[in-house]
Design a protein around this ligand. Structure first.
Ligand code: DAH
Length: 348
């Protein structure tokens, strides 16, 4: 074969390769194409095998032409490979298409529950005045809940707090006053005592403003110089802090077994400003809390010398204050986890 004939054959083979390459449209057809033009049974390999019988001189010239052919065919193959890879990638991307015009996911910001907002506000107020927070169990002894706060067995005051009995001598505490005796016992007659105790209490109650479970905050101060005037000033400051500086505050005599004298505190109605409306039952006043000077019996029962020190205590209902502050008409709303209701309290 002359060199010209060989060159022509090579050109034909390259032409066929180029033409067929146009039909390659997948990895499968590409592999078959590679086998046909660069594989063992290809014209190219045939040409290489034919070279064996040539003289060294011919090998050189024929070899050059052959090597150019191989390079050209390999380039065609690689070009197609790149194109197919790109096609595959584009197809994958088309499948996983992201619509950037869709609205994104929005996660709602939560908020502190109105009940705990109220707790925090009151606790912060007292902590600022040097009070510390004390804790007690919700399952309490009859002794701590009643006897040690001067409510002996058969005392009629027990009827006002119809409690849940757990076992003989054990109840669900009916008021946070039970923590008073725990704190006094722990202090072993030492003063000053200046504590605040927020927590859950339980009573057999059920209407729009009462529930079987509610929150109270108990306050207890014992010191040689803790006076009734201190108590009145403290409560006036607290109520104005909670309900506004313009609120009038009044104290009425009352009765609690654990205090003597006992009082209840009212604020002027914030709906009618004291004129009288349905909200305040036409009295102009809204009842807020109970308080008084710690009864000498309570001091004595709990290890204090009533001739050396005195003290005052107060108790307020968290739910009631939250309801008044935020205009909530049913106590159950505080427990129902109704997201629409709670969303109203999102950060002002
Ligand atoms: N324990 C009372 C109640 O549950 C509230 C109370 C009134 C607590 C007067 C006090 C107090 O400490 O001095 O109704």
């Amino acid at each position: 074969m002359t060199i010209e004939e060989f060159r022509l054959q090579c050109e034909k083979a390259l032409e066929a390769c180029r033409k067929e390459s146009l039909e390659v449209d997948s990895l499968d057809t590409l592999n078959a194409f590679k086998g046909r033009h660069l594989g063992k049974k290809s014209a190219l390999t045939g040409f290489y095998q034919g070279m064996r019988d040539l003289s060294p001189e011919e090998k050189k010239t024929f070899g050059q032409i052959l090597s150019d052919l191989k390079t050209a065919m390999t380039e065609i193959y690689e070009e197609r490979l790149k194109a197919i890879d790109e096609q595959i990638l584009l197809a994958k991307m088309a499948k996983r298409k992201v619509d950037i015009t869709l609205p994104g996911f929005h996660s709602e910001r939560g908020t502190l529950h109105p009940y705990f907002k109220t707790v925090r506000e009151i606790v912060d107020f007292f902590v600022g005045l040097g009070f510390t927070v004390a804790d007690g169990p919700e399952v309490e002894t009859d002794e701590n809940n009643f006897e040690r706060v001067n409510i002996p067995k058969d005392h009629p005051a027990r009827d006002m707090q119809d409690s849940f009995s757990i076992a003989d001598g054990w109840i669900l505490r009916s008021h946070t006053s039970a923590v008073q005796s725990r704190v006094m016992k722990a202090m072993e007659g030492k003063e000053p005592v200046k504590i605040l105790c927020p927590g859950k209490v339980y009573r057999r109650d059920n209407d729009a403003t009462h529930s079987h479970q509610f929150g109270q905050i108990e306050g207890l101060v014992i010191a040689r110089e803790a006076t009734f005037a201190n108590l009145l000033e403290l409560l006036t400051k607290l109520l104005r802090h909670l309900f506004g500086e313009k609120r009038a505050v009044r104290f009425r005599p009352s009765f609690f077994p654990f205090t003597e004298p006992s009082i209840e505190a009212d604020i002027s109605c914030f709906e009618c400003n004291g004129k009288g409306c349905s909200f305040c039952k036409h009295t102009g006043w809204i009842e807020i809390l109970g308080a008084g000077m710690v009864h000498p019996n309570v001091l004595r029962i709990n290890g204090y010398d009533e001739s050396l020190c005195q003290g005052f205590a107060f108790g307020l209902g968290i739910d009631r204050i939250a309801m008044l502050k935020y205009g909530i008409d049913d106590i159950k709303k505080l427990y129902l986890d109704d997201v629409d209701f709670l969303a109203q309290f999102r950060k002002e």
